[in-house]
Design a protein around this ligand. Structure first.
Ligand SMILES: NC(=O)c1ccc[n+]([C@@H]2O[C@H](COP(=O)([O-])OP(=O)(O)OC[C@H]3O[C@@H](n4cnc5c(N)ncnc54)[C@H](OP(=O)(O)O)[C@@H]3O)[C@@H](O)[C@H]2O)c1
Length: 320
């Protein structure tokens, strides 16, 4: 099969397409023909070893796993002897796994209990590949913060993969959503369900201080003290994209005496989440936001786009 290999840490140019053996499913695994995947922040961060401690987990001098790709959309083409949940022909979408990776290839073998679920019959593989990363992450943090009907929620970075999903999911939970993005994305964010959009290139964001029950900072670009300033007393700040240096600054900076709960850490994905997202998609409560689509042969360009901080939603890679 063809796969995109990153055998060294570095920029998009470390990736090359190569012929590698097609995996054989173990007893508890399904063999999936991948139709589409996405290049997400997890992929470019692992490829660049950014932050540095990625190396402690994924390999000190070079990556232990050379095929990146944390999400996939594809079709079951084989099953191990003990598999009961899925059969040949089932169309599945979801996570490969952050430790196992492997989505940037034409085939992948995954345990049947993985964080994936059947695709709705009308969903395209391209849409299905664009959903798991942003929506899975946003769902994790919004549910950790107990976002509920009537709450005022600010999503900072509302046009990114996580942000565009967070806007839609918060709205579907009944929250009143304010999105923050640059001028070119204002209409997109409004169309996703934000009742108010703040253009951070023109508007004074901090004029909205003390107004939000929840501030979800999805891109790690807004200083923590500004997040605290925007949230009401007893509100919640979600720092979904915090890097170690930012965590230290936050720890020292404190919350300026304000009573604020901070929600952070690493998102955990599950098959239940994927089933729930499939239902929301079927009820047209959410939609995939796709920045661009590349064939596998052009995955280097997809990586460059994914790490540009200018994409809207997801960058999808098709395997055909
Ligand atoms: N904790 C976890 O488990 C977890 C899970 C997933 C992702 N993450 C992290 O979450 C972060 C976001 O991931 P993503 O895939 O959503 O990113 P992304 O899609 O690459 O974000 C791109 C968006 O960022 C916006 N942006 C760029 N600079 C901005 C600024 N100064 N202010 C406001 N918005 C700005 C851009 O909008 P404009 O062009 O309109 O500015 C663009 O639409 C990454 O750092 C990723 O590592 C963490």
């Amino acid at each position: 099969m063809k796969a995109a290999l990153a055998t060294a840490y570095g920029g998009p140019d470390v990736i090359r397409i190569a012929e590698v053996p097609t995996p054989s499913p173990k007893k508890n695994e399904v063999l999936i023909r991948v139709h589409a995947s996405a290049v997400n922040a997890a992929d470019w961060r692992l490829r660049r070893a950014n932050p540095w401690f990625v190396r402690l987990v994924f390999g000190l001098f070079k990556p232990r796993r050379s095929i990146l790709g944390v999400v996939f959309a594809g079709e079951v083409v084989g099953t191990g002897a003990d598999v009961t949940k899925y059969k040949k022909g089932d169309r599945l979408f979801g996570w490969t796994s952050i430790m196992g990776l492997g989505g940037h290839a034409q085939f992948i073998a995954l345990p049947e209990n993985g964080a994936f679920a059947p695709m709705p019959s009308e969903m395209s593989f391209t849409d299905a590949a664009a959903i798991p990363f942003g929506f899975g992450t946003a769902r994790h943090f919004l549910s950790k913060a107990n976002v509920s009907k009537g709450q005022r929620v600010l999503i900072y970075g509302a046009s990114g993969a996580v942000g565009s999903a967070a806007v839609q999911l918060a709205r579907s939970l009944g929250a009143i959503v304010t999105g923050v993005c640059s001028t070119r994305n204002v209409e997109l964010v409004r169309s996703l369900g934000a009742s108010e959009v703040i253009d951070y290139t023109k508007d004074d964001l901090l004029a909205h201080r003390d107004q939000f029950d929840v501030v979800f900072e999805t891109v790690g670009k807004l200083p923590f003290k500004d997040c605290v300033s925007l949230v009401k007393s007893k509100g919640i700040v979600i720092t979904g994209s915090e890097m170690p240096a930012q965590m230290m600054v936050r720890a020292f900076a404190g919350k300026g005496g304000k009573n604020v709960t901070v929600v952070g850490g690493t998102a955990v994905e599950s098959a239940d989440d994927m089933r729930h997202l499939a239902e929301l998609w079927q009820r047209q409560e959410i939609r995939a936001v796709i920045d661009s689509t590349y064939p596998l042969a052009r995955i280097t360009e997809a990586h460059a786009r994914a790490e540009s901080w200018r994409k809207t939603g997801s960058v999808v890679v098709t395997m055909a």
